[in-house]
Design a protein around this ligand. Structure first.
Ligand SMILES: [Zn+2]
Ligand SMILES: [Zn+2]
Length: 362
């Protein structure tokens, strides 16, 4: 039976296994346990797209960071139970940012268990106002069910999670209201830091400043001297400085070559659609192009071509790079993912159709 990750603070941090929640305590951890030094106990749930990873901080106030895509919430509940924390016992959910792969389980957990949800105010208030910008759901036509944010976390705030005090770092770049939690060399970094890639930059909406902001956020992350980071996608990061350096190099390239940033971002957006909606026929692709504002906007404002020209080029890029391939008459994504079960959502998935948030939160 896999146990939670014992984290005695700065001197801990072995990588998890591929499922992400089995860790061998370092000698320092064993010493700390014997001496009764308080420690973080963390379980890490590494999941393929369309879900983001989740992190559970154990203790008197069990706290879950990010809840995956909406279709994966029952698997998340089972995982929580296997970690010894049934969903009803969660004291708090923290969202690193408002993208649908990180907030999708919020609806179920809040509706069934009344779990409080914390996020940065720039994104949390948009969610509570039912602003169409919330979760970028409408612009990217990604489904997400209703929830409301009950606690706002700003840069420099502290948070009582598990048995310890965690610190909030505002790390805009990938999204404007992105936050990281950290304490004693341990970071929960969402899409601000991952291995082998960077979170896509919303070049159309946020401009080149998104790359500048991401670079500043990387500098601030570097200053924390993290020994271990739990990212929103991919495995536990144990060589944080070199991962930050690699992210910095990639982000600087985006800054020097805005078209590169635009292609990186649009490929990520469309790859996510192929993963969450499943393989698409020519007809599906036409329908997808027709209903997606992000395609029209990028075509007009960034690439200066028609939406059809841009989308045709995007499909060409995806197949040429090997990110997607045709299998029979369906275009499929080649990377690891698990397709969402069709019909998983039984309540409205467009922010504009959500019922209003309770008055005290609007
Ligand atoms: Zn993500
Ligand atoms: Zn994201």
């Amino acid at each position: 039976m896999r146990g939670p990750h014992d984290q005695p603070g700065r001197r801990s941090g072995r990588p998890g296994d591929v499922h992400g929640f089995s860790h061998v305590p370092a000698p320092a951890a064993r010493r700390a346990r014997r001496s009764g030094v308080s420690r973080n106990r963390i379980s890490f749930f590494e999941r393929p797209y369309p879900d983001a990873n989740s992190v559970l901080i154990h203790g008197k106030r069990p706290t879950l960071v990010d809840t995956g895509f909406g279709s994966g919430v029952h698997e998340l509940e089972s995982w929580l139970t296997a970690q010894g924390v049934c969903a009803a016992r969660l004291a708090l959910i923290v969202n690193t940012h408002h993208h649908t792969d990180h907030v999708g389980g919020n609806h179920h957990l809040q509706t069934h268990h009344g779990t409080p949800i914390a996020a940065h105010p720039w994104e949390g208030r948009a969610v509570n106002r039912r602003d169409p910008e919330a979760c970028l759901g409408r612009w990217l036509t990604q489904p997400v069910q209703a929830y409301h944010v009950t606690q706002f976390l700003r840069d420099g705030d502290t948070l009582n999670a598990g048995d310890s005090t965690w610190h909030v770092l505002h790390t805009p770049g990938h999204s404007l209201g992105h936050i990281v939690l950290h304490r004693e060399g341990v970071g929960i970094t969402g899409d601000a830091l991952m291995t082998g890639d960077i979170g896509w930059l919303n070049f159309h909406r946020d401009g080149l400043n998104s790359a500048e902001r991401a670079l500043e956020s990387l500098d601030r992350l570097a200053a924390l001297n993290l020994e271990v980071a739990y990212p929103g996608h991919g495995p536990v990061i144990t060589d944080v400085p070199s991962t930050i350096n690699a992210a910095r190099t990639r982000t600087e390239k985006m800054l020097r070559n805005p078209m590169k940033a635009a292609w990186h971002g649009t490929k990520r957006i469309f790859a996510f659609a192929l993963m969450s909606e499943g393989p698409m026929t020519e007809q599906d692709l036409h329908a997808y192009q027709a209903r997606n504002p992000w395609i029209t906007d990028y075509a007009r404002d960034v690439f200066h071509v028609t939406p059809t020209e841009f989308f045709t080029q995007l499909l060409g890029e995806m197949t040429r790079s090997g990110a997607a391939r045709w299998e029979g008459d369906h275009l499929i994504i080649t990377g690891p993912y698990r397709q969402a079960t069709p019909g998983w959502a039984r309540t409205p998935t467009n922010v504009s159709d959500w019922p209003p948030a309770p008055a005290e939160w609007t």
